[in-house]
Ligand binder design. Structure first.
Ligand SMILES: Cc1cc2nc3c(=O)[nH]c(=O)nc-3n(C[C@H](O)[C@H](O)[C@H](O)COP(=O)(O)O)c2cc1C
Length: 167
């Protein structure tokens, strides 16, 4: 079964992460939300959404364009994992907020979620991308601004985890 990875990117970081994820997961196809219709996901049971946060807790601009459309999709029977990009020191009150906001929409439309990720190695004040017990992010947290040196290892470990969780 194939995995669809949808990403949006303004300065290229999330696009780079998507390409690295592709190296670690089999049968994965990449789609840039800027030029791929979101309803492609109807053909996939396993989906990854990758989204950076911009402008003090806002959704990245290409995701913004399809934001309302997400609510029209049916995620029943689908398993979804998230990747968020942000800057924990520069935007500590809004770290990865967009990932959390997208997660909440997708859960409301019936998706099962995998790929939770521990918060231990990050420093931030607030985030909308936390699980209810606040011990995990709801998806992989990548900070190429402040912890670029950790990104490759985080991506590799998370891919191992989600490939088991996708089953
Ligand atoms: C003007 C500006 C605003 C930003 N706002 C946030 C924010 O509110 N929260 C956050 O976690 N990261 C924030 N970031 C960091 C970006 O999410 C980060 O640089 C990310 O890697 C960009 O991804 P992209 O290159 O795929 O667009 C901001 C960056 C800039 C330059």
């Amino acid at each position: 079964m194939s995995i669809a990875l949808f990403y949006g990117t303004t300065t290229g970081n999330t696009g780079d992460v998507a390409e690295k994820v592709q190296l670690h997961l089999e049968n994965i196809e990449l789609f840039d939300v800027a030029d791929s219709p979101l309803n492609i996901i109807e053909n996939y049971q396993q989906i990854i959404f990758a989204i950076p946060t911009w402008d003090y807790g806002e959704v990245q601009e290409d995701w913004q364009e399809v934001w309302d459309e997400v609510d029209t999709l049916d995620f029943t029977g689908k398993t979804v994992a998230f990747i968020g990009l942000g800057d924990q020191y520069g935007y500590a009150e809004w770290f990865l907020d967009a990932m959390g906001m997208l997660h909440d929409k997708v859960v409301a439309k019936g998706a099962s979620i995998v790929g939770h990720w521990p918060t231990d190695s990050y420093e931030f004040d607030e985030s909308k991308a936390l699980t209810a017990d606040k011990k995990f992010f709801i998806g992989l947290a990548i900070d190429d601004d402040c912890q670029n040196e950790l990104s490759d290892e985080r991506i590799e470990q998370w891919c191992e985890q989600v490939s088991l969780e996708f089953g």
